[in-house]
Design a protein around this ligand. Structure first.
Ligand SMILES: Cc1cc2nc3c(=O)[nH]c(=O)nc-3n(C[C@H](O)[C@H](O)[C@H](O)COP(=O)(O)OP(=O)(O)OC[C@H]3O[C@@H](n4cnc5c(N)ncnc54)[C@H](O)[C@@H]3O)c2cc1C
Length: 420
């Protein structure tokens, strides 16, 4: 593949280091530790590309999917973690390969607006939001961030907007999050494309299977993200060269190598943890449903981000507005609410009181705690440390490459290309 073809296939993902041990391709038996989306995709792609290799997928819990799960109650449908993917052809290719073309749908265009709660009122996020920072201040910050390893708060020097962005993506405040890791294209981390950004975007747009996403849109699965996990699991179970082991916890790659009596370079570590100063933040996720007439004053949109640390909830996602497939019974709207544990009040009563502040006094018809999730922390300098990481084995997944599923799905394609 030429350099340009590689950029057209992977886009800006090529700015992220690929932590693949070069000896991986030599092994006839490969052990993937961690049965989240990354580990499942890696096992599936390796088993289908290399039918003569034997792949073992090891998961410490009794289910696959990792943080991904979909809660259902009657006609209410709500994802606990990822609910949609932003545009990247690797995700579209995965959906096509898995036969999910009919279920993979673009989000509704009327649900694009996002708001941020700043100084006690709601502001629409747009390019104008950046004017709040001041164009000169922003230009200076972006220039200085090119030196790398800066926190997001220094790259986007408006603490409200920067915190809203990082809380919405990684449940952490902007001063704690590595800008290279979150937005490498803004900081110019890693190699650059051989053609201008606009030309590259045009070339990439022509490569989407199924449908070409509109600018700024996302796409999701009818029935929620659990459909992706269930389909991958069915595929894995049908492959003769794949073995899945549940309730098997291995503390580190060395332990995996000893357990299977295989060289370290045959281990693909797809579980969190193998980074310096590994920590996680915790958040509770709630599904909150209303009768349409009770929230008619709430405009259609994507969601509201709440950086104010004195409020127990950090974000409200307008689930039934966003997805093309139904998420709520007829005449109702569904919202997903995030309550970071660092804010100290994540019980159902505190969450309901906080939600009513934004949605109005009406009682929701349903409010359920649907899950607790942990998110790795990405301290400033994280991506640089990953680029310098010693590759005793291979490392994939959101702890190492990038936080969203577009990163981890593309990373697996790059792994296959590297070892082919
Ligand atoms: C609340 C929330 C909202 C999100 N929203 C979005 C979104 O809208 N869009 C988007 O693109 N992404 C989103 N994400 C991120 C996305 O879900 C992740 O990028 C992706 O699911 C990570 O998959 P993974 O396999 O790398 O990690 P995980 O899902 O964490 O999987 C790791 C697996 O390894 C297992 N494991 C851990 N330790 C061991 C061990 N020692 N031995 C064996 N197994 C082990 C775990 O049990 C787990 O199954 C969200 C995440 C969360 C939590």
């Amino acid at each position: 593949m030429s350099e340009l073809e590689e950029w057209v296939r992977h886009g800006n993902e090529l700015q992220r280091p690929l932590l693949v041990n070069k000896e991986l391709s030599q092994h006839e038996k490969i052990v993937v530790v961690g049965g989240g989306l990354s580990g499942m995709c890696a096992a599936y792609r390796m088993a289908t590309h290399f039918p003569s290799k034997q792949i073992v997928l090891v998961e410490k819990s009794d289910r696959l999917g990792g943080v991904i799960q979909t809660w259902k109650q009657g006609e209410w449908v709500c994802d606990v973690a990822v609910n949609a993917a932003r545009a990247h052809p690797a995700v579209w290719r995965l959906m096509e390969d898995l036969g999910l073309s009919d279920e993979w749908k673009p989000s509704r265009s009327r649900a694009q607006s996002r708001w941020v709660w700043l100084d006690g009122s709601k502001h629409k996020l747009s390019l104008f939001s950046l004017l709040k920072i001041g164009p000169f201040k922003l230009r200076k910050a972006l220039k200085e961030s090119k030196s790398g390893s800066k926190p997001v708060s220094e790259v986007l020097p408006h603490i409200g907007i920067a915190d809203a962005m990082t809380l919405g993506i990684v449940n952490d405040t902007a001063s704690n999050v590595d800008a290279d890791f979150l937005i490498p294209s803004a900081t110019d981390f890693g190699p650059s494309s051989p053609v201008k950004r606009r030309k590259l975007a045009k070339l990439i747009a022509q490569t989407y299977p199924l449908f070409s996403p509109k600018k700024g849109s996302v796409a999701s699965l009818s029935g929620g993200m659990t459909v992706l996990i269930d389909t991958l699991q069915t595929r894995l179970q049908s492959l003769e060269n794949v073995e899945v082991l549940f309730q098997t916890s291995l503390n580190n790659p060395q332990a995996a190598s000893e357990h299977f009596n295989l060289p370290l370079s045959s281990i693909v570590w797809a579980a969190p943890g193998m980074v310096e100063r590994f920590e996680q933040t915790t958040l509770s996720v709630f599904a909150v449903g209303y009768r349409e007439e009770d929230v008619a004053h709430v405009p259609f949109g994507y969601g509201l981000l709440i950086p104010d640390q004195t409020i127990p909830i950090s974000g409200i996602l307008y689930e039934s507005d966003l997805h093309a497939s139904s998420r709520a019974p007829e005449g109702h709207r569904l919202f997903r609410v995030m309550a970071p544990h660092s804010r100290g009040a994540f019980d159902i009563e505190s969450v309901q009181t906080a939600v009513q502040r934004f949605m109005g006094p009406a009682q929701p018809v349903i409010i359920e705690s649907i899950g607790v999730r942990q998110i790795p922390r990405f301290w400033p300098g994280h991506l640089q440390r990953m680029a310098e990481k010693e590759l005793d084995c291979s490392y994939i997944g959101w702890s190492y490459s990038g936080v969203s599923i577009t990163h981890v799905v593309d990373e697996v394609e790059r792994l296959i290309e590297r070892v082919s």
